[in-house]
Design a protein around this ligand. Structure first.
Ligand code: PEP
Ligand code: MN
Length: 369
């Protein structure tokens, strides 16, 4: 059997496969009794063929990782060498979303706004659509502050079944109305496959919530949609899980995915979740998909949101996904983390300088006349 079971080697091999970017890999597994000279000969052959050798010398066995495009094509050459047990290809973990399969960054377009280009994008709005007045007032605040994409959901995944669950179809109708009247683009959540046709009518971008990140039927369903998908990281999900969830969407044919870091569960209770800032450069390294950050659900407290937006931009985020409410005190959902209108306006004015410092741009759309 050609499966190598040494755990530490698999770990190292996985690490190499994920960590080394655009190359392909193979490990040459030496026989247990291979001599140091035979290992050196393999290393020399790797170099001679133009690949990079990475010998990992174990107590019982030595393996030589071979790094370089097309490395596995050379497997027969190594398998014929004295002291070699076998050559094992290391699979690419992300066949569609991985940066090793596509060098250039993907640009996902919401309406006519590019996410993943030079511009850092702000997506803002209430947690939930609550009423016509609440939605329009909040949407106007977003638009007047320079935003072009409105967030807000009609279907709400609440931890408690006793909490406000969203307005459903009525909320979708209000989103359609606000989109038609104000010309904002809409990001809204779809929770069930059966709701998808109705949500698609209201959405310029479909949001998959943290609690549904591994709802594989739903991922496959939005994979068949023509709408872009904003995929939120599950609160207990690894970065690896998130990228694999994106693979489900992309496998359905929909390449327009945006990854969203929204805070993970840790022991820390001072914030609702812990914003995993490291996930931003990690995702950008491992995947070609754009990455946005939701500081509102991470912090659970509006006073931390501007600082986290700035940190996200500094760390390379392609956008921020923020909750703002015309009247946070009376919000039916996530009021404590929603920015007050004045704080939102102030933050919007501050963000362009941070984008510029990060080598990006953040252009505030002119307020409608
Ligand atoms: C939301 O964006 O309002 C939301 C429910 O977020 P999450 O799925 O990340 O908890
Ligand atoms: Mn919310």
């Amino acid at each position: 059997m050609r499966v190598y079971t040494g755990h530490w080697i698999m770990y190292n091999a996985d690490y190499l496969a994920v960590g080394a970017g655009r190359f392909t890999y193979m490990v040459v597994v030496m026989q247990p009794n291979a001599t140091p000279q035979q290992v050196d000969d393999v290393v020399a052959k790797v170099k001679e063929l133009g690949f990079r050798p990475h010998p990992i010398r174990g107590v019982e066995k030595t393996v030589v990782a071979v790094i370089g495009t097309g490395a596995y094509d050379a497997a027969p050459i190594f398998e014929a060498m004295p002291g070699v047990d076998r050559a094992v290809p290391i699979g690419q973990p992300y066949k569609l979303a991985g940066s090793d399969v596509k060098a250039e960054k993907t640009q996902t377009i919401i309406g006519d706004v590019v996410v993943g280009g030079e511009e850092v994008v702000v997506i803002a709005g209430p947690c939930a659509v609550e009423s016509r007045e609440q939605l329009f007032r909040t949407a106007e605040i977003v638009q007047e502050a320079g935003g072009r994409i409105l967030r807000g959901s009609a279907f709400k995944p609440r931890t408690s079944p006793h909490d406000f669950q969203g307005l459903g179809q009525e909320g979708l109708d209000l989103l359609k109305e606000v989109r038609a009247k104000l010309g904002l683009y809409v990001v809204t959540e779809v929770m069930a496959v059966s709701d998808l046709p109705a949500v698609e009518e209201a959405a310029d971008c479909l949001q998959i919530g943290a609690r549904n990140m591994q709802n594989f039927d739903l991922l496959s369903a939005v994979g068949a949609s023509s709408r872009p998908v904003l995929l939120k990281r599950g609160m207990s999900a690894l970065v690896d899980d998130l990228i694999k969830a994106a693979e489900y969407v992309m496998l359905g044919g929909n390449q327009n995915v945006i990854l969203c870091e929204r805070g993970i569960r840790t022991f820390e209770l001072a914030t609702r979740f812990t914003l995993d800032i490291s996930a931003i450069p990690v995702l950008r390294r491992l995947s070609h998909l754009p990455v946005v950050v939701d500081p509102s659900h991470a912090a659970g407290d509006d006073q931390y949101v501007p600082a986290l937006c700035k940190a996200a931009i500094a760390a390379g985020a392609d956008g921020v996904f923020v909750e703002v409410h015309c009247s946070p005190e009376t919000a039916l959902c996530d009021g404590p983390q929603a920015l007050h209108p004045d704080d939102f306006r102030r933050m919007m004015k501050e963000l362009p300088a941070f984008a510029q410092a990060a080598g990006r741009k953040l252009t505030l759309a002119p307020a409608p006349s």
